[in-house]
Design a protein around this ligand. Structure first.
Ligand code: DGJ
Length: 372
């Protein structure tokens, strides 16, 4: 067969130009996305072809639309500080996400609680049916104070994607004892952080929000120097702690809480406390939000399960309209280059009252239909 000499057809200059044009077109054009599956741990592009930037996130489902709120991270180690704010994306199918912008920007005023350079983590948004408002809570560390301030922050909006108006930051449950306090808990002693923080408010770091089927909402936060978790009921407008709270997982050093309810039973998934490094997930269940909470061990199984597949929990999404369909959402942190942190979304299975999470390279919502 006669060989075709491409250089005879195109003089070499034109050939080089075609190659350069081809490379330019490929790199300049946004990558089109039309996902039909989840690919845990892979770069996840939004509908503009840009990697989704919503870490430590949570999902709000409102009016048939999903809103994914998360920490906007930037490149380099400084990216663990809040330099931009809370990012929000929307989706109708959970696979393809449109960038809706920054729902809550940090402030350029260095005296503001959410000043540029503060630590803003794990934003969660819930909808209050009574007031018609969207309420955002997140963990806040004031600028230049490391992780010492351990505050929670509240912002509010009239529409799901924002813009959100910053209201205040504080330490929750000041001047209140938990419902399961003991007389010993009230006595000042070394390492008695509950008593130490009684007046000023309890430390509040990693957190989530949970709205129960009766409309009551709860703030679940890692407290007492990361040793003990608190579950705190909110006021009916979801804007403040209502004064009733409980200590759970006492001295178990758990963080990254996520809570959901299935078949009238409450479930918790969280982690141990090893900074940005992954550890084995923890799980627990209870007949009521107020316990008694029984630990069920690490729900992850298989390779890398002892490190939660190199990730840390952030939220559990109950998929509307599907039975027994719950998605475990977690972050694979990249502390040296936080913008490159990845998302691990996996289906939750129930086995004999326990939770089971298995790794999947690729899966879609049809997976839940196989459960019936
Ligand atoms: C683990 C927490 O879960 C994260 O949200 C963050 O606070 C890091 N620790 C900081 O080291």
């Amino acid at each position: 067969m006669q060989k075709i000499n491409i250089y005879k057809i195109f003089p070499s200059g034109i050939f080089a130009m075609i190659i350069v044009l081809f490379i330019f077109t490929c790199s300049a054009a946004p990558q089109q996305t039309n996902y039909k599956s989840f690919y845990p741990g892979q770069i996840w592009l939004d509908t503009n072809g840009k990697p989704i930037n919503a870490h430590g996130g949570g999902i709000l489902y409102y009016d048939s639309v999903y809103y994914w709120f998360g920490e906007h991270k930037i490149a380099g180690p400084a990216g663990n500080k809040a330099m931009v704010g809370v990012h929000v994306y929307s989706s109708s199918d959970l696979f393809n996400w449109e960038d809706m912008g920054i729902a809550l920007p940090i402030s350029d005023d260095s005296t503001n609680d959410i000043a540029k350079g503060c630590v803003l983590e794990r934003p969660k948004v819930i909808y209050n049916k009574m007031t018609g408002k969207f309420i955002m809570w997140f963990h806040l560390e004031l600028k230049s104070q490391g992780y010492a301030s351990a505050r929670t922050c509240v912002a509010v909006s009239d529409s799901p994607a924002g813009p959100y108006k910053y209201l205040y930051s504080f330490r929750p449950d000041a001047g209140e004892w938990p419902i399961n306090v003991t007389e010993e808990d009230k006595i000042a002693a070394k390492d008695n952080y509950l008593e130490r923080d009684f007046e000023g408010g309890q430390m509040s770091r990693d957190m989530t929000l949970y709205v129960d089927s009766d409309g009551e909402a709860y703030h679940i936060y890692t407290s007492e120097e990361n040793r003990t978790t608190h579950i705190s009921q909110l006021t009916s407008d979801y804007l403040k702690p209502g004064g009733k709270y409980m200590r759970v997982f006492i001295n178990r050093n758990m963080e990254a809480p996520a809570v959901f309810k299935h078949d009238d039973k409450y479930y918790y998934i969280g982690s141990g406390t090893t900074g940005w490094d992954p550890n084995a997930a923890r799980s627990a269940s209870a007949p009521s939000i107020w316990g008694p909470w029984k630990e069920l061990g690490n729900p992850c199984v298989g390779d890398d399960s002892a490190l939660t597949f190199h990730s840390q929990s952030t939220f559990i999404l109950k998929v509307p309209g599907k039975e027994n369909a719950y998605i475990f959402m977690a972050d694979r942190w990249k502390p040296q280059n936080p913008i490159d942190g990845r998302y691990i979304w996996l289906p939750i299975q129930f086995n004999d009252g326990k939770l089971v999470i298995e790794w999947k390279d690729e899966w879609d919502l049809g997976w839940f239909d196989g459960l019936k």
